[in-house]
Design a protein around this ligand. Structure first.
Ligand code: C2E
Ligand code: MG
Ligand code: MG
Ligand code: MG
Length: 280
């Protein structure tokens, strides 16, 4: 695997919307039209198999190409969309667009890359979500096993009974599921055991000082051991240094993701990179 220098071209949008009500209202109004105006775009960040040192899949990460403000990161507008209900429509768009793009990528390179899609609680618990997943797979032709849905502990603890049911239905479809930002929420180990999930994604905050901090190292080791004993895969998110990558491999972490390997990039950059890798 070749490490590539990549600049993260996201113009950081730094207004603190919590302290600026009118700015928040304005942004919220503009968000209503963003979908119709085609202003959303997806960036893709690779997952690296830690043993083979190869790209095995990508996570879809949404950005808002705002006509005046430039690229706005999801941390700014996803919470707004969750508040005002727009998240369902946006989430549907992300699901379909990313499945279509990864299917095209797999055809082009004759591979089986998977796509991992972030799903908000409001989206996950909505009546027609499972139906939407099914129809999206049909429409795009992507294999169910090449789709992974990332939910957070917030989704699971707020809706335990429903979550158990929905995860079972997704498993029946053959779609994979993961718990994102694992370790930062309140999921009890008891529930983890009940959930038909495939993967735990260890939150970046534990990886940040994985090397230097004994407590974080203990937490990461424990999550990996727990996951493997429950037959789950583990992803480390936010891997930024070779040191972290090597140590995570040594403790048997399955997949690695982070700036050390690659930043999230538009699909055309991913294609260029895969073409280069294929020529080697
Ligand atoms: P997440 O799903 O936990 O995604 C990881 C975030 O960390 C991404 O930020 C990614 O760009 C960033 N990241 C990845 N590797 C590194 C690293 O090595 N160092 C650092 N400092 N950061 C790294 P991003 O793209 O701004 O997304 C933030 C959050 O927004 C995501 O966190 C996810 O919760 C949410 N999000 C993004 N796209 C979507 C979407 O389509 N739907 C929903 N519902 N939420 C989304
Ligand atoms: Mg995620
Ligand atoms: Mg995450
Ligand atoms: Mg995270």
């Amino acid at each position: 695997y070749v490490k590539r220098n990549s600049s993260n071209k996201m113009a950081f949008y730094s207004i603190n919307i919590d302290n600026n009500i009118s700015e928040k209202k304005r942004l919220e109004n503009q968000l209503q039209n963003a979908l119709a105006e085609n202003q959303f775009t997806l960036y893709y960040q690779s997952f690296i198999d830690s043993r083979k040192e190869k790209i095995v899949g990508f996570e879809a990460l949404i950005r808002w190409q705002h006509p005046e403000k430039g690229l706005i990161p999801p941390g700014v507008f996803i919470p707004l969309a969750e508040e005002n209900g727009l998240i369902k429509e946006i989430g549907d768009w992300v699901l379909e667009e990313s499945c279509r793009e990864i299917k095209k990528l797999n055809n082009r390179f004759n591979r089986n890359y998977f796509i991992s899609v972030n799903v908000s609680p409001e989206q996950f618990i909505s009546q027609d979500f499972i139906k939407k997943v099914k129809s999206t797979l049909q429409k795009t032709g992507l294999k169910a096993e090449n789709l992974e849905l990332e939910i957070t502990e917030r989704t699971t603890v707020e809706n335990i009974d429903y979550t158990v049911k929905a995860l079972n239905q997704l498993q029946e479809l053959g779609v994979k599921t993961s718990i994102d930002d694992f370790g930062t929420g309140y999921s009890s180990l008891n529930y983890i055991k009940e959930f038909a999930i495939n993967t735990l994604k260890i939150d970046k905050s534990f990886i940040d000082e994985f090397i230097t901090d004994n407590n974080n190292r203990a937490i990461v080791n424990t999550i990996i051991t727990l996951a493997h004993s429950l037959n789950l895969e583990v992803v480390a998110e936010g891997v930024e240094t070779i040191n972290q990558a090597e140590k995570l491999k040594a403790v048997d972490c399955d997949l690695l993701q982070g700036y050390y390997y690659s930043h999230p990039e538009p699909i055309k950059n991913i294609i260029t990179e895969l073409e280069k890798l294929n020529q080697q």
